[in-house]
Design a protein around this ligand. Sequence first.
Ligand code: PMP
Length: 287
Amino acid sequence: MPTRVYLDGTVVPPEEARVSVFDRGFLYGDSVFEVLRTFGGRPFALGDHLDRLGRSAAGLRLPPPPRPGIEAAVRGTLAAAGNAESYVRVLVTRGAGPIGLDPALSDRPTLIVIVRELELPDPRLYRDGAELALVSVLRNHPRALDPAIKSGNYLNNILALDEARRRGAYEALLRDADGFITEGSSSNLFVVTGGGLLTPPLRAGILDGITRRHLMDLARARAMAVEERALRPPDLQGAEEAFITSSIRSVLPVTRVDGAAVGGGRPGPITLELARAYDEHARETAA
Ligand code: PMP
């Protein structure tokens, strides 16, 4: 199934999509990005993703290309790829220029949209639940590279995921320097306690996940208690249920943490109900 890439105003096959080695995205991770998927062939929450892309760009003082142009590039690349369901990655780098840290060395951002066929995680992960590892790598402090900025510099997350995978877990769970849970390497965490949802607050130093927001709204619409609260590992280890969220995974049950079962070691009923509701919501609202 085709992969298509928007670059410099045209949509090309992947082998023709080349950027300069002097691009600051390549040299420094000096870029912002978004990942989303289609439901029923239409992008879900594209507006939310472009809002966040704008906030990320502002956080790096990177002037993003005008929004209508980004939107048109996404839609044009999706149409050119023609997949039943697509993975969409939107990147804006600060562009190419002379080598040097000073952001003023480039004044022409590069917009790239990568569309490929959607690949979902192994269905067994949804059936049996995923294992998380509480890794030693800490989440960046918000006053360093703020986790709310979805920048192209993912090395912190890469190190965390590598540690988790070496320990046989599917996803890493990162803490802050005070031991509070923040988020996964590419996901947000929820636990179910007393039949209600708990999730770390944005001030914990996390990405403002779009799946997280939609899920909190869906749960509240079902009269469930939803609280953003600072969480420590025992809150997760002793939870009735747990799950992670992200745009590609939607709602993925968590059934083990560092080898120990969570919530009886099986995906829980509230997790499964919210996963079903989220899928329905995404299909209905994909525009
Ligand atoms: N946290 C991090 C660090 C991520 O990379 C992601 C994936 N974008 C998420 C959380 C989940 O965010 P979203 O639901 O917007 O995909």
